[in-house]
Design a protein around this ligand. Structure first.
Ligand code: ADP
Length: 202
């Protein structure tokens, strides 16, 4: 039977990747939307050529890779340009995700995405798991992981969906307010539950 798809989301530093990695060690196929977003603009892919046509060589690094910072600045200045870029990339990212999910051979597969609901990617899934973490822990863990300031993390938090809005779309919520061992135990419990579902439904 075709694997059903679990969407896994949560705010920055909530522990999505840590949870996803543990599902992965349990043998579950995992696709990361952030990785898909990077693959579609790799050198040689058609999207990158279109971006260069539009914004010029200034959005490339000397080695031909996309200069994300430069591109971010260009779209930051113009709403139209941001929309143009989204219209180009969103369908390509979606295709990349679908193709990768189709390779799954586990009983279910996971799509990890920080913007699962905001981007509409939850429509590719049958069930949504939200990793929910008190804001002070999100801040603390992200600052430690990325060596960034509290202000920088707060700005990202503000741009993402609010905790309550995200939870509204959840079928399951994993509260990641303990240590990593506790996170892994919860993942294992959910995994046992998911193995008993058909098409993501009880
Ligand atoms: P996200 O992918 O949601 O941004 P991560 O999974 O990268 O978040 O977690 C953020 C940081 O916090 C990582 O360095 C991770 O190892 C750490 N972390 C996640 N959950 C816990 C936990 N329960 N206890 C301690 N550290 C954690």
């Amino acid at each position: 039977m075709k694997p059903w798809i679990l969407g896994l989301t949560g705010g920055i530093g909530s522990g999505k990747s840590a949870a996803a990695e543990h599902f992965s060690t349990l043998g579950i196929h995992m696709v990361d939307a952030d990785h898909a977003a990077r693959w579609v603009v790799e050198p040689g892919r058609p999207a990158l050529a279109k971006i260069v046509d539009r914004f010029g060589e200034g959005v490339l690094l000397p080695d031909g890779q996309l200069n994300r910072g430069a591109l971010r600045e260009r779209i930051f200045q113009s709403e139209d340009e941001r929309r143009w870029l989204e219209r180009l990339l969103h369908p390509l990212i979606g295709e990349e995700i679908v193709a990768n999910l189709a390779r799954a051979e586990s009983p279910y597969a996971i799509l990890v995405s920080p913007l699962l609901v905001e981007s509409g990617q939850h429509r590719l899934t049958q069930r949504v798991l939200v990793v929910d973490t008190p804001e002070h822990l999100q801040l603390e863990r992200t600052m430690r992981r990325d060596s960034v300031s509290e202000g920088q993390v707060r700005a990202i938090l503000k741009a993402q969906a609010a905790r309550e809005d995200r939870i509204k779309h959840a079928h399951d919520v994993l509260l990641n307010d303990g240590d990593l061992e506790h996170l892994h135990q919860q993942v294992e419990r959910l995994h046992q539950f998911y193995l008993g579902l058909r098409g993501g439904q009880p």
